[in-house]
Design a protein around this ligand. Structure first.
Ligand code: FMN
Length: 435
């Protein structure tokens, strides 16, 4: 039987449903966020509806003022947390985030391959070049975007060489002959590159299964090109369908340029979901969550991103394209800067409207504030137009949005033939390759 192209769906393990003021709700379970059980609960629920993977973003620094009013991004180390989740799940993929700018590649290759063994082939690597945290790794400044991506490319090649340096086929385990392994099949990598120097081999064999899928987040020109050259999944902010269509087309073109099939580079935008019985209730949930909007912080972030100072802007005067300062290039986050500029070029918004848009408040992700029907309809529409290959769900407002998504939205996508009703394989790569 033919069915529409199936989506690949991941679930954020960053508790987006506790962001802003949502942690203050009595049912938030905020006290549990540094326990493994917190993530295990979400992972098990996600596995029960056959999601492709759970996903743990990560940064290597603490924005201390940010934790005054919410938990911010304080979190357990993602790979250690996922090792605990691996023991309590059996099929779902486990995506860990590891920066190529800060960590030594030998340690990264070893940790991810260890997690792959512990989870029996379910690990995925979210490759980030990172935006901040250099002070914690002995660097004077954040390297430029060009340098971070050049290092990321070398780093990723090297990690693959390390994984291949001790192939599982080298293990003989021949008790009769007393041969544990064929040492001639284990080779050093002798890498001496522009940024990294590692001898190898890795002190751990590769897992006997499909290779570890790669996820890339970063949508600047260099980010897209890097993603198109190596990534199986691209996690990107696409606040509207046009942005997703444009990125999807661009990734296809770049994939072909790198000699890859466009179908092998899957686009999975982040999808922020505020769900309730009615649209009014969903809107109220959203507004309650953002009730204590720190206007000054948001003004500072807009000023930093695009150089526009809105602190004295008249409330009733829309911001137009003509108000935008000339675009600037720097080492910062060009993806979010470009998306904010794009929004202000396409729409004339008043300050209060702008401060509640995803480009300002939620990393520019696609956002549905509404009912389960609204979410299903939008996902089906974006899928039908070929804008996406799936998405990473980031429910907001309360844990109720998580449960509505998993228990109501996903089953509806299954009914529409847009999602699997059971797992076929046992490894993460097998889920991605299912027809
Ligand atoms: C959707 C998205 C998610 C990201 N997640 C992380 C993350 O979890 N940790 C991190 O250090 N950087 C993260 N980044 C930052 C990227 O790795 C990259 O450094 C940044 O986006 C700048 O590159 P770009 O200009 O190509 O976007 C993320 C970026 C995007 C767009």
């Amino acid at each position: 039987m033919t069915h529409p192209k199936r989506l690949h769906i991941g679930m954020s393990l960053a508790p987006t449903w506790l962001s802003n003021d949502a942690w203050r709700r009595p049912d938030s379970n905020i006290e549990g966020i540094f326990t493994a059980e917190f993530a295990i609960d979400i992972a098990r629920r996600s596995e029960a509806v056959h999601l492709d993977f759970v996903f743990r973003p990560d940064v290597s620094c603490l924005m201390a003022p940010g934790i005054e009013a919410s938990s911010g991004v304080a979190s357990l180390d993602p790979s250690i947390l996922l090792a605990a989740v691996a023991r309590e799940t059996t099929r779902i993929g486990l995506v860990s985030t590891v920066s190529t700018t800060f960590y030594p590649p030998y340690v990264v290759a070893r940790q991810l391959q260890s997690l792959n063994w512990v989870s029996k082939g379910r690990v995925g690597w979210n490759i980030v070049t990172a935006l901040q945290g250099h002070e914690n790794f002995g660097l004077d400044a954040m390297p430029s975007a060009a340098e971070r991506y050049a290092r990321a490319a070398e780093f990723t090649r090297l990690v693959h060489e390390l994984w291949a340096s001790f192939p599982h086929e080298a293990l003989l385990i021949d008790r009769e002959q007393g041969r544990y392994a064929d040492a001639s099949r284990v080779r050093p990598v002798d890498h001496d590159g522009q940024y990294l120097r590692v001898k190898g081999p890795l002190n751990l064999p590769s897992f006997p299964g499909p290779r570890i899928p790669l996820i890339q987040a970063g949508a600047s020109d260099s980010g897209r090109d890097f993603a198109a050259s190596v990534a199986d999944l691209v996690f990107a902010p696409t606040p509207d369908k046009d942005a997703a269509l444009e990125l999807r087309r661009d990734l296809s073109r770049r994939a072909e340029h790198h000699g890859r099939s466009p179908a092998d580079v899957r686009l999975l935008p982040g999808l922020s979901l505020y769900l309730a019985d009615t649209r009014e209730q969903a809107r109220e949930l959203f507004m309650q969550t953002h009730a204590r909007v720190d206007r000054n912080r948001r003004f500072a972030s807009i000023r930093q991103m695009i150089g526009l100072d809105l602190s004295e802007w008249p409330a009733d005067r829309p911001i137009t394209r003509a108000d935008l300062p000339a675009a600037v290039q720097d080492a910062g986050n060009s993806t979010h800067r470009n998306l904010l500029r794009r929004l202000l070029e396409r729409e004339s918004l008043r300050v209060d409207e702008l401060l509640l848009r995803p480009e300002v408040i939620s990393a520019a992700h696609w956002q549905v504030i509404g009912t389960v029907d609204d979410a299903v309809e939008q996902i089906a529409d974006w899928a039908a137009s070929g804008a996406i290959d799936g998405f990473i769900a980031a429910p907001g407002g309360s844990v109720d949005s998580v449960h509505r998504f998993l228990e109501q939205v996903v089953p509806r996508l299954v009914e529409l033939g847009l999602f699997r009703d059971r797992y076929q394989g046992t490894t993460f790569m097998e889920h991605l390759q299912e027809a």
